[in-house]
Design a protein around this ligand. Structure first.
Ligand code: MG
Length: 398
């Protein structure tokens, strides 16, 4: 069915945003966090507007978060009639309450598309196809092939069955239905106190047919913070860059520590802490990328607790401060300028210690070493200098 030439049937796009987000760390409601300047929830509203087939939206929110949910949706409601209602303690109950809300509208819809608020990158095409397919068959859902083989596991964690990969798919949302049919199915499920995995099962169990359409790899559900790293390439990451620099005088009788590695040398860094210039530059770059001040403001030299402190400890604390601010490091490129000794044999150990402390892959940490052609202060052997460029990704909550 092509809605481009005819007016689309009256449809409500029902977004569920009433879950607890327990698997999403950071103590935030995931549908409400800002991603690339827009709350996750608002990305689905964008797709509704782009689709041209949705006029009405119902957002089912956590009971005590109506205000925050309304604020998150506010920027993307032009051209849409957006309703809000409180959800329940399970997804099934939230959908049921949403459907009951619609049933009591003066003009209940002909079709409803039920969508997870945590799937921000649904496309306009997917919305159009789900609607046209459910208008034809009664129910429709996007599915994707599974790359891993699917097994049944018994209660003692043993493989008990081997599912046929050709007939097994992952199901996404939105799932579209004739409104009267899904309402009846949910009322029946409620009456019989039956729990279902999703709305296609609720609908199917009451005799409805659900036709599948090809889903999209990009229409991912955000469950864990790390899922945000898989956003489609057309959605720019909210990334930033910071720069760090440090210099320390080299004096006899002190150890030379760079990147947390002690390097045999007749001179080492003079400094309040262990003087690890490389880590100090990296930490300053991290704070710079997140506009969090500098190393001195977080670990002031006049504070005696940092006297002779291990800079690895400072790096660990700095990473915690970034995490608290909703940010994480993506990549580090650092350069150490030192006349002697030669640093080449220690570069890999430095990269490894930094990567491990920041829980980054080794490929995300680059350390380079240079001399300074005899020019002061590093070139004359009087100092060690370090530069770092750090990129970070912001996932700041509202
Ligand atoms: Mg320093």
């Amino acid at each position: 069915m092509n809605f481009q030439s005819t007016s689309p049937p009256d449809t409500v796009f029902l977004i569920t945003a009433a879950g607890s987000s327990t698997r999403f760390t950071g103590n935030v409601k995931k549908e409400l966090i800002s991603f690339n300047g827009k709350p996750l929830l608002a990305w689905s509203l964008c797709a509704c507007r782009e689709s041209g087939v949705i006029r009405r939206v119902l957002i089912v929110h956590t009971p005590d978060m109506e205000h925050e949910t309304r604020e998150a949706a506010a920027g993307e409601t032009d051209g849409l009639e957006v309703h809000f209602t409180a959800g329940g303690s399970t997804r099934q109950e939230s959908v049921f309450l949403g459907l009951e809300y619609l049933a009591h509208l003066e003009l209940p819809p002909s079709y409803v598309l039920i969508h997870d608020g945590a799937r921000p990158w649904v496309s306009a095409r997917c919305i159009q196809e789900v609607l046209s397919t459910c208008a034809e068959y009664g129910g429709a859902a996007p599915v994707v092939p599974l790359s891993d083989a699917v097994k049944q596991i018994d209660s003692s964690s043993r493989i008990a069955g081997h599912c046929d990969r050709n007939s097994t798919f992952g199901v996404q949302t939105p799932q579209g239905f004739v409104f009267s049919g899904i309402l009846r199915a949910h009322r029946l499920a409620r009456e019989q106190q039956t729990s279902y995995i999703d709305d296609t099962e609720v609908y199917g169990d009451s005799g409805g047919t659900v036709m599948t359409i090809p889903g999209e790899e990009t229409n991912r559900k955000i469950t864990y913070q790390s899922d945000l790293a898989f956003c489609p390439s057309q959605v720019p990451q909210n990334a930033s860059v910071g720069h760090g620099w440090d210099v320390h005088r080299l004096i006899p009788g002190r150890p030379l520590i760079l990147g947390g590695i002690t390097i045999p040398s007749d001179k080492g860094e003079d400094g309040h802490s262990d003087g690890d210039a490389l880590l100090h530059a990296v930490i300053d770059g991290m704070f710079g990328a997140c506009t969090l001040g500098d190393i001195g403001s977080h670990f002031p030299p006049e504070d005696s607790s940092w006297k002779d402190a291990s800079s690895m400890k400072l790096l660990e604390l700095a990473a915690g401060k970034l995490k608290d601010a909703g940010a994480e490091v993506l990549h580090i490129d650092a350069t150490v300028v030192l006349e002697r000794p030669k640093l080449r044999p220690y570069i890999e150990s430095m990269r490894k210690s930094i990567a491990e402390t920041l829980s980054l892959p080794l490929s995300a940490v680059s350390v380079k070493a240079k001399t300074s052609e005899g020019l002061p202060p590093a070139g004359t052997g009087d100092a060690v200098e370090a530069f770092a460029v750090v990129s970070a990704q912001f996932m700041k909550g509202i």
